[in-house]
Design a protein around this ligand. Structure first.
Ligand SMILES: [Zn+2]
Length: 458
């Protein structure tokens, strides 16, 4: 089996793989991750069971473009105790209770002094919000609004046993070489603590994708990044600028475990091959899929698509961040993520990568008028193209007509409004009987007759 196998994804046992993926999400869920710290190392080390990830450590204080790698944050415990010494807010029950990157504190204070440091969600009184303070040295607690309303006047013992010290920003990288050095970049963020969909679903889909791609022969090289959002992407881009020119296509993966339809956000280029492939795959497979235009807001596509890089990197998600109530709250929990959604997201990623692998240009070796298909045995060959013989013939005619050495199968699929899959099967049949010749990668122009048969004849 290889990426050349058109049935790659149909061989996925979605139920079985969904179970395995959900197990990983469940295992990673309790770890307290952030943009730096031991929770990230522990997360990445667990991924090593699936793929031989390399862990990189970038020292605090490293200048990365306009940013600086921050001090490393770790938290061991945190609580608010009432006058009776009871933990009424307890980090050990949920790591969302501590505003991520809170500076250490241990003191007694009145409710009036405490209140400005408390965050709740009055509209969802049983949920704990998720908040961060990466670049502002302060501290805070997040709690349910119901618990907040129970707080009475009196003295509270407030403790955040955290450290902010010179350390490292940790990220994971996995590079897989292919036939050509041109790369497909898959990036996912690892910086969220106990949130199942935001971060963990992306990490899981990326890890399973990497494992599967590693087992298959491939044309492209692949680079998988497991990085803290924003500062991680900025750090990687700054330290690896020389590698960026190899990136031909890329996907940011996040929020892929909920039950909403898939959504694809276009790269800044808008019509890059990855954009067209993702749109084609989503529209073929999911009637309700959403296609979003690029905007400079969201996840790490913001950095990859910043004007100085302008990489062809889009984003694949399900529910769109910020548009659903569970976003960045304790309701983004294990019940919010479904094994089937994870597996289906993986399968669609494989479909997208498979199409990128297969998309190439061919040259019609018999461009002057239509070839006599019957005498070349093509009717026999096209028998397997489609159960509809007229459709099969139409596919063959489109591929023959537009295979000028320049236009790819995706170009032909878009223009003919037929599926890429059908175009590929037609091209394979035509290649087999000598009517098409495959163009090597990057050889899409040259001997083309795109400018017209007269010129090609000269
Ligand atoms: Zn988030």
């Amino acid at each position: 089996m290889s990426l050349n196998d058109t049935h790659l994804n149909r061989q996925l046992d979605l139920e079985e793989i969904g179970r395995e993926m959900f197990e990983l999400v469940t295992e990673l869920f309790p770890l307290c991750r952030s943009i730096t710290g031991d929770g990230n190392r522990a997360t990445l080390r667990r991924l090593k069971r699936y793929i031989p990830l390399t862990l990189h450590e970038v020292p605090s204080g490293t200048k990365v473009f306009d940013w600086t790698v921050p001090l490393e944050w770790n938290v061991r415990d945190a609580f608010i105790k009432n006058a009776r010494g009871e933990r009424i807010v307890d980090f050990r029950q949920s790591n969302l209770h501590v505003v991520n990157y809170s500076i250490p504190i241990h003191q007694k204070m009145s409710l009036t002094e405490l209140k400005p440091h408390l965050v709740t969600l009055p509209e969802h009184p049983d949920w704990i919000p998720y908040r961060t303070t990466y670049y502002k040295p302060t501290w805070g607690f997040c709690l349910t609004h119901r618990r907040f309303l129970e707080l009475s006047e009196g003295e509270y013992e407030v403790c955040i046993d955290s450290s902010l010290e010179d350390g490292h920003l940790t990220y994971g990288e996995y590079y897989l070489s292919g036939e050509i050095p041109d790369e497909i970049l898959i990036s996912t963020h690892i910086c969220h603590p106990s949130l199942a969909n935001d971060a963990l679903s992306g990490i899981t889909v990326a890890a399973f994708l990497a494992k599967r791609i590693a087992s298959l022969p491939r044309r492209y090289s692949y680079r998988f990044l497991f990085i803290p959002a924003t500062i991680g992407a900025i750090t990687w881009l700054c330290l690896n600028e020389s590698k960026v020119s190899q990136i031909r296509h890329g996907l940011v993966l996040t929020g892929l475990g909920d039950t909403k339809p898939l959504s694809y956000k276009r790269s800044r280029q808008g019509e890059a091959e990855i954009d067209r492939v993702a749109v084609h795959v989503l529209q073929q497979l999911q009637q309700d899929a959403k296609i979003l235009d690029f905007s400079p807001y969201g996840y790490d596509e913001r950095q990859f698509c910043s004007p100085g890089f302008n990489l062809p990197v889009g984003r694949l998600s399900r529910a769109i961040h910020g548009t659903f109530p569970e976003y960045h709250t304790s309701a983004d929990n294990l019940a919010f993520v479904r094994p089937h959604s994870l597996a289906k997201s993986l399968s669609i990623c494989l479909d997208i990568l498979w199409m990128l692998e297969q998309n190439r240009a061919y040259l019609n070796m018999n461009p002057k008028c239509e070839p006599q298909l019957g005498s070349r045995g093509l009717y026999r060959l096209t028998g397997g193209l489609s159960s509809d013989p007229e459709l099969a013939q139409l596919a063959v005619l489109w591929v023959l007509n537009l295979s000028d050495g320049d236009q790819t199968l995706l170009d032909i699929a878009e223009r003919s409004k037929l599926s890429f899959d059908l175009m590929l099967r037609a091209a394979n049949a035509l290649e087999e009987c000598g009517l098409l010749e495959r163009r090597a990668h990057g050889q899409n122009s040259g001997r083309a007759f795109a400018s017209g048969p007269t010129k090609a004849d000269e």
